[in-house]
Design a protein around this ligand. Structure first.
Ligand code: IPE
Ligand code: IPE
Ligand code: MG
Ligand code: MG
Ligand code: MG
Length: 312
């Protein structure tokens, strides 16, 4: 049964997940508040923009994955929340730059004007750069983990996940895929590869952070990575579905943009039903990849199907 008692109430799976995500978001927001600089001096404007982009009500899913993958290995929440804040600021930087006129050219993000609209382009580029670099400063700090080898492993994995063969690689392919799609040279496998990089890599880091922090076995790390690989695709397919089926009010960002920009997505290649079926298959594969950890973490095992039904 998908039911759980809470305060005398019987909750369905989706309510349990929503509450768990809200609780972890609250905790990571408190950590973000502590690690982000307060605006000071002549550089105050860029620090203000870093805070503006970060404290705008994102879903905080990547920190949720860090927290729950870490709990599987007995890691102290104080450590995983710092890693969660690092991945969240790095993700926020990717959104600030993704919205720039030279990329997706969007005016609305997380229900507010995008950073380059609220400030200016120069400030948005620099605030993004500063959010990227502070992520590594947070990981390198001894408060993140007492063992320097663990901190180095986190830094190395995040650098790999966010770089040229990771998120940036995916963003580049996303930007040039429209011309390849027009020439019918960009199929389903190409889209899945693009999604594994642009979205999946940050999910992979988030899920591998738990076993890294907990010094778990290579086998356990591979399980969490396999779960994240499927989850990244599920998440990006639903993002692409929402671009077609949802509203700016619900998502906090413009919709209908992918078709307008000729983006290559599984929705454009397979249609809404085909893309949803593919995401469903992958959501089940994600849970299967967890093996024995599926039963130990209802948060991780419930998330793929929960995300598939999300409206924002
Ligand atoms: C949006 O990510 C960018 C994608 C990878 C699709 P989220 O949907 O997690 O954005 P926030 O953090 O909740 O705003
Ligand atoms: C962005 O993907 C993924 C990033 C790495 C920033 P999208 O361009 O689809 O994200 P949204 O729809 O603008 O949030
Ligand atoms: Mg984009
Ligand atoms: Mg975009
Ligand atoms: Mg999108």
């Amino acid at each position: 049964m998908d039911k759980k008692k809470a305060g005398g109430l019987t909750l369905g799976r989706s309510e349990v997940l929503s509450r768990a995500i809200a609780a972890s978001a609250k905790a990571v927001d408190a950590t973000l508040e502590a690690v982000l600089p307060r605006p000071h001096g002549p550089q105050g404007r860029v620090q203000e923009a870093m805070r503006y982009a970060t404290f705008a009500g994102g879903k905080r899913l990547r920190p949720f994955l860090v927290l729950h993958s870490a709990r599987l290995f007995g890691v102290d929440d104080a450590h995983s929340l710092r890693v969660g804040s690092a991945i969240e600021v790095l993700h926020t930087y990717s959104l600030v730059h993704d919205d720039l006129p030279c990329m997706d050219d969007d005016d609305l993000r997380r229900g507010r004007p995008t950073t380059h609209i609220a400030f200016d382009e120069m400030t948005a580029v620099l605030a993004g750069d500063a959010l990227l670099t502070i992520a590594f400063e947070i990981l390198a700090d001894e408060n993140t983990h007492p063992d320097p080898a663990v901190r180095i492993a986190l830094v190395a994995r995040l650098a790999e996940a966010s770089g040229h063969d990771g998120m940036i690689g995916g963003q580049v392919i996303d930007m040039i895929a429209d011309t390849m799609k027009a020439a019918e040279k960009f199929g389903v496998d190409d889209v899945v590869n693009l999604q594994r990089l642009k979205t999946g890599q940050l999910f992979e880091f988030s899920c591998e952070a738990g076993p890294i922090l907990g010094k778990a076995s290579a086998e356990d790390r591979a399980r969490l990575r396999a779960y994240a690989q499927q989850m990244g695709v599920v998440f990006q397919i639903t993002d692409d579905l929402l671009d077609v089926t949802s509203t700016a009010e619900k998502t906090g960002k413009a919709v209908g943009k992918d078709a307008q920009m000729g983006k290559a997505t599984l929705v454009t290649l397979l249609g809404v039903d085909g893309a949803r079926a593919e995401a469903h298959r992958r959501a089940e594969a994600a849970v299967a990849a967890l093996g024995p950890y599926a039963a130990r973490s209802p948060e991780l095992s419930g998330l793929p199907l929960f995300l598939l039904d999300r409206e924002a």
